[in-house]
Write a protein that binds this ligand. Structure first.
Ligand code: GLN
Length: 451
């Protein structure tokens, strides 16, 4: 098949299904088709596996000439002057982006309901959320509109929607994938990663986006393994830790059942299980909701009506700032800015921000301790299956607790993926595999053997 046929098929599927799913904020169909047609006649002899493959980008990744709104009113007219590193990298690998996907505003949320424009629906049940914040990136792959998409994960925003929509989602080790051109939410936690239908596809996309970038000072200078070669199917003797705190009362029994079935399958393949403890994980959500908003309050200070996006009419500068930010940001974004500003205030800094950093270290040390004896850690990705629209929307704390099993991983900076492991009440369940820093290969190998 030619690239243009693949892109046409993708665009047809989008027009047939996206009025229901609403995965896209922007579809650049003509431009994608044109790029594909140019590739049709110039297929290089060494074309890689992504050559001519249609994909999609979360709308917090800068794309030259194509809007980047972060699903926020404050950026609704913003067009970046450059392509982010991952955007350049997938293009260099031959992939073709067909559009920008919907998300919770500035990646703050777990349901997609915080988009300033419209919610994305879960293809499995249109009455339910697809998860968030990478709502559209998960839904578009689940709906068969594209073969892969990129999302970002600060506290679970790739893994949780992957679990809710029955696709594979990987959050790489902090520093493996460049953040240059990713609109920053919480810079010490954000990572870009792939959504795909299969683990093999995930390995292919990760291969294309991983690697050192001089434009991102937190990018790691490590050698990148061949992720496809890691998919040997062999998990014999692999030691897998089951953290008892991630199988607590909060876990939906129907989700637990599917995860336990997955454990049996892996046992059958020769993996060895043991119970482990991550005692400080219970502080992870509280720690995250100090650190992430603190960083967000600083990162979002740049949206002031002067340099980017929408500017409100006002008589003087201070009024202009207030009106622009007051009208431009949604409720959840304002809540985070206020939380973060408070946590960083003098007099409160030691009590909140500094304490949170100390707790973060303890959370990370728990993982180090377990990895002294185990190769990976296995848990459910989310305590529940996809919930209905509005179910958690007016209770931020309940919404925040949906990320209880994913947030500790970001605080520790380590990689984790979610792979589908069955259905509960007719809805997909995700299995989370957590690995040592820069050991994505083992995660992919286990997920592939299991899949
Ligand atoms: N749901 C979490 C939040 O609202 C995580 C979001 C994310 O990973 N970007 O902050």
């Amino acid at each position: 098949v030619k690239p243009s046929e693949l892109v046409s098929a993708s665009l047809e599927r989008i027009s047939a299904t996206d009025d229901k799913v609403k995965a896209y904020l922007h579809v650049n169909g003509e431009q994608a088709l044109q790029a594909a047609q140019e590739m049709d006649d110039n297929i290089p002899s060494d074309a890689g596996l992504l050559f001519g493959i249609p994909g999609a980008l979360k709308d917090n990744m800068n794309t030259k000439g194509i809007p980047t709104t972060c699903a926020s009113k404050i950026l609704q007219n913003y067009v970046s002057a450059y392509d982010g590193t991952v955007v350049q990298k997938v293009r260099a690998a031959g992939a073709i982006s067909v559009g920008k996907t919907n998300m919770d505003e500035f990646a703050m949320g777990s349901s997609g309901e915080n988009s300033a424009f419209f919610p994305t629906r879960n293809p499995w049940d249109l009455e339910r959320v697809p998860g968030g914040s990478s709502a559209g990136s998960a839904a578009t792959v689940a709906a068969g509109q594209v073969l892969f998409s990129l999302g970002s994960d600060t506290g679970g925003s790739i893994r949780q929607p992957a679990a809710f929509t029955g696709v594979v989602g990987l959050k790489p080790t902090y520093g493996l994938v460049s953040r240059f051109g990713l609109v920053a939410f919480a810079s010490s936690l954000d990572q870009i990663g792939p959504f795909t239908r299969t683990v093999e596809d995930n390995a292919i996309v990760l291969q294309a986006i991983a690697g050192h970038d001089p434009y991102d000072s937190t990018s790691a200078n490590v050698s990148i393994p061949n992720y496809l070669e890691a998919l040997t199917g062999d998990v014999k003797g692999l030691r897998i830790g089951l953290p008892k705190e991630y199988f607590d009362e909060g876990l939906d029994p129907a989700v637990r059942e599917q995860v336990e079935k997955a454990i049996k399958t892996l046992e059958g393949l020769g993996a060895v299980f043991g119970e482990v403890s991550l005692p400080h994980s219970k502080y992870a959500v509280a720690t995250y909701y100090l650190i992430a908003p603190a960083e967000a309050s600083s990162n979002l200070a740049r949206f002031d009506g002067v340099r980017y996006g929408v500017r409100a009419e006002a008589d003087n500068l201070v009024e202009m700032y207030k009106k622009t930010r007051g009208e431009g940001f949604g409720e959840e974004v304002k809540r985070r800015i206020m939380l973060g500003t408070y946590a960083l205030s003098s007099g409160y800094y030691d009590a909140y921000y500094l304490k949170a950093q100390q707790a973060r270290t303890l959370i990370k040390q728990d993982f180090d301790n377990v990895f002294a004896d185990y190769d990976i850690i296995l848990s459910p990705t989310v305590p529940t299956t996809a919930f209905k629209f509005g179910e958690k929307a007016d209770d931020p704390i309940t919404m925040y607790l949906n990320d209880i099993y994913t947030i500790p991983v970001n605080l520790a900076g380590i990689p984790a993926l979610s792979v589908p492991c069955g259905l509960a009440n007719g809805l997909p369940v995700g299995l989370q595999l957590i690995g040592k820093a820069f050991d994505e290969s083992t995660l992919l190998r286990v997920a592939h053997a299991f899949e």
